[in-house]
Design a protein around this ligand. Structure first.
Ligand SMILES: *Cc1c(COP(=O)(O)O)cnc(C)c1O
Length: 500
């Protein structure tokens, strides 16, 4: 029931919340978030609820009358905050990290206050130029040459989609932008190449870009899950002979299952020879390029036509922010620019009109949070944090390697450890399907047991068809204490799963 006497004066009128009310409620929101971040570790990472449990507690229709902000915030504290999966929790080591740092959150709040719509310079002068500045700062932090320009999108899925459409636009004589692809039998069918480990977003891009899933050819990987370039070259030759139209190769630095690194220099050489667009997906791994001594892992990415790195993964940026870098901005502008009369502006110098480079007209001011957090941590501070995550992952790898009954399933180039429990009595039976099924079931049980603890949350994948537990670091609140806890829980779960 709403207590009408608690309504604020402004709620009875036709305007927005008053500045005074905003200040009061805003102070409470700041306090709410600060307390949340301070007591994260007392919360179970996965709330003990079932689908529908939350929804049942909400009225089935919207309120007709205004409600007091205090009551709305009370319900937020009671119903929403405790019932999310806590991505900010330092025990969250599943998927890849996506962690919002303090300065990033503040930047997000300021951007919300401005509500700047970053379509073109006249509509968003400072926001446009802060985007130009931060894109270039990130390029420098990654050690990439000044030929790269870029912009922010919401996710790597969209960044890669834009790259695939630009790659398609760069095919001479195709002109899919104006002519479409259907009903043109004179054209060969388009083909994208990536590895069997490449993220599903590339296949989704193919769906949207009219290439289709049949147009995605997955090249086999070696024992360390890296694309085999000689098989890529062979696939391209075979496809050309059969009338396909190869146009794009996606190489990954830090694949999603195992964080493997494709041999980008060899792939880039093939792309140059075959005149194919090279897109590098470094959505997760790219953050490690801020660590100077890790740059050798990125050899060859400077040869790409486009690169995606997600600051919202491992650069402490609140969701969402994906960085798309490209060598030829004019290809993106030619592929996407449509300027209706009502958006026509006199060109005022050299600033980007960002809406011309992608799908969205209206765009969020994502650069502000990056500008704030890059300044707050500094290049050295960002590098120190990412370096520490990699160091802790190396330490965990060492424990796994040294522990009888455990094995590491893939190399650990970044901050993600892929492991599996193999009890002594089932060891060495690689070809025995029954034994492998038992090991898979054991590891599934181990993962469930660890996740039930509420203190650590891990996810899984399959590598060479085998159930594999992934532990990934990337939260600046994570310390060795959390890594120890994770390892202890894994070992305890393994011994109870094996004996149960
Ligand atoms: C996470 C990830 C993606 C998808 O990222 P979104 O921003 O969620 O679309 C793509 N590629 C790789 C390698 C990833 O790790």
């Amino acid at each position: 029931m709403t207590d009408a006497s608690r309504l604020h004066e402004a709620q009875r009128g036709l305007g927005d919340m008053s500045p005074a009310d905003f200040r009061d409620a805003g102070a409470r929101v700041v306090d709410q978030v600060a307390s949340y971040l301070a007591r994260l570790e007392t919360l179970p990472i996965l709330p003990p609820i079932q689908p529908g449990d939350i929804r049942r507690q909400f009225p089935s229709g919207p309120p007709l009358a205004p409600e007091p902000i205090e009551q709305i915030l009370d319900d937020y504290s009671r119903l929403i905050e405790p019932n999310i999966t806590h991505w900010q929790h330092p025990g969250f080591m599943a998927y890849f990290a996506s962690v919002a740092s303090g300065p990033g959150i503040l930047g997000e709040w300021l951007a919300a206050g401005l509500n700047s719509n970053v379509m073109f310079w006249r509509n968003a002068p400072a926001s446009t130029e802060v985007e130009e500045v931060t894109v270039d700062w990130l390029r420098q932090l990654f050690g990439l040459p000044a030929v790269f320009d870029g912009m922010f999108t919401d996710t790597a899925s969209v960044s890669s989609l834009l790259a695939v459409v630009a790659a398609r636009h760069a095919v001479p004589g195709l002109d899919a932008r104006d002519e479409g692809l259907a009903g043109r039998p004179e054209l060969g069918r388009l083909r994208i190449y990536c590895s069997t480990e490449t993220h599903s977003s590339v296949e989704k891009a193919a769906i949207v870009a009219g290439v289709g899933r049949a147009g995605v050819r997955r090249v086999p990987v070696d024992d360390d899950f890296r694309m085999r370039p000689e098989l890529l070259a062979e696939a391209i030759r075979e496809d050309r002979a059969a009338g396909w139209l190869p146009f794009c190769v996606v190489a990954t630095i830090g694949t999603t299952s195992s964080t493997s690194i494709d041999p980008v220099p060899a792939i880039a050489a093939i792309c140059r020879e075959e005149r194919l667009w090279l897109h590098v997906d470094a959505a997760y791994g790219g953050a490690a390029a801020v660590v100077p001594e890790m740059r050798p892992l990125f050899e060859g990415w400077e040869l790409a036509d486009s690169i995606v790195v997600n600051p919202h993964k491992w650069l402490f940026t609140p969701f969402d922010a994906s960085l798309l870098l490209f060598r030829s901005p004019e290809v993106f502008r030619d592929a996407f620019s449509l300027v209706p009369e009502y958006l026509r502006v006199k060109r005022e110098g050299e600033a980007h009109d960002y809406h011309e480079y992608g799908i969205q007209l209206g765009r969020r001011f994502r650069a502000l949070k990056l500008w704030m957090l890059i300044r707050y941590f500094g290049a050295d501070g960002l590098a120190a944090r990412v370096r520490e995550h990699c160091r802790m992952a190396q330490e965990l790898s060492g424990w796994v390697d040294a522990e009888p009954g455990f094995e590491r399933v893939a190399p650990t180039p970044f901050s993600t450890v892929c492991l599996r429990h193999v009890p002594a009595e089932l060891a060495g039976r690689e070809e025995d399907a029954d034994a492998q099924q038992k090991i898979d079931a054991l590891n599934e049980a181990i993962l469930e047991r660890v996740n039930r603890s509420g203190q650590i949350f891990l996810s899984h994948t399959r590598l060479r068809g085998r159930y594999t537990i992934r532990v990934t670091l990337g939260n600046p609140r994570q310390t060795m204490e959390h890594v120890h806890r994770c390892w202890t829980l894994l070992k305890e779960a393994a011994s109870s799963a094996s004996s149960g």
